[in-house]
Design a protein. Structure first.
Length: 277
């Protein structure tokens, strides 16, 4: 991930908020402000990560269309290099700029295998790179390039179909994961703002150390509140990773879910504290 201006701005703002939080050290909300600073600091990186993942998915979808068109052109008897040049101006969304560059390189006389390597490096997709490597090796080895391309396009299409079917099949599990987290959050908030204060009230009227309990109740309440917030954040982070693993088969893909759940934890905890604290 290339660092951009927005990343530096986020880091500076995050560090500034964390630094200012020490002005209220020992007071209620201290840990919440630190958490807010951390979230603001990493938000630009998370949005960039999510955006790049979405673009990468679009590239894979457009590459499937590109491969199909290439197969159709080669099947008519047009050489693969000439087919790519002829497809230069066709719309392929986020992949269009890379297809035009590939066609321009071939037009300048750069060998197809070398041009495909540059294409794979620019696209930055492992699945596309594997397919392009196969196409380059097939073209260099000779044989029926049309049949080879058709088999490659079929494999890419099948892989894309299986991904969509898998995603559709487990979408209910993703929804269940979010529901379970929100139920957990509701239980924690009820304990924090209803049950714990109720138990504290019962303790204050008991016969054991009324004055001592009253003196330490404020600090104890703040520590409990912070502990509940930590619990929500930890639960949200790991729940997101699990959801990503189930939905897309990758823990890395769960980072966006973790970020969403952690952000919701802070926001809902802050709102609940304002309304019921």
């Amino acid at each position: 991930m290339e660092l951009r201006k927005i990343h530096y701005v986020g880091m500076v703002l995050g560090l500034l908020i964390i630094g200012l939080s020490f002005l209220i050290y020992g007071r209620e909300g201290f840990f919440f402000v630190i958490g807010l600073g951390i979230i603001i600091g990493i938000s630009p990186f998370m949005f960039t990560f999510i955006g790049e993942a979405r673009i990468n998915q679009q590239k894979e979808e457009m590459f499937l269309e590109f491969a199909r068109n290439l197969v159709e052109s080669v099947k008519t008897g047009t050489p693969i290099s000439k087919s790519i040049v002829n497809m230069r101006d066709k719309p392929y969304g986020v992949l269009s700029v890379h297809v035009r560059k590939l066609a321009n390189q071939i037009s300048l006389g750069i060998p197809l295998n070398e041009a495909l390597k540059v294409f794979a490096r620019d696209v930055e997709s492992k699945s596309i790179s594997r397919v392009l490597t196969l196409i380059g090796q097939a073209e260099r080895a000779g044989g029926d390039i049309g049949e080879i391309l058709e088999n490659v396009a079929g494999a890419v299409s099948m892989s894309d179909k299986l991904k969509k079917e898998r995603k559709s099949a487990i979408s209910s599990l993703v929804v269940q994961g979010y529901i379970i987290f929100f139920v957990f959050m509701i239980i924690i908030l009820i304990m924090q703002f209803k049950i714990i204060p109720m138990l504290s009230g019962i303790a204050e009227v008991s016969e054991i150390g009324i004055a001592g309990i009253q003196a330490g109740s404020s600090t104890g309440a703040e520590e409990i509140s912070s502990s509940f917030l930590y619990l929500l954040v930890i639960q949200g982070f790991f729940s997101g990773l699990v959801i990503g693993k189930l939905a897309e088969g990758s823990v890395k893909a769960g980072i966006k879910h973790s970020f969403s759940l952690v952000l919701l934890s802070f926001m809902i905890s802050a709102i609940a504290g304002f309304l019921f604290g």
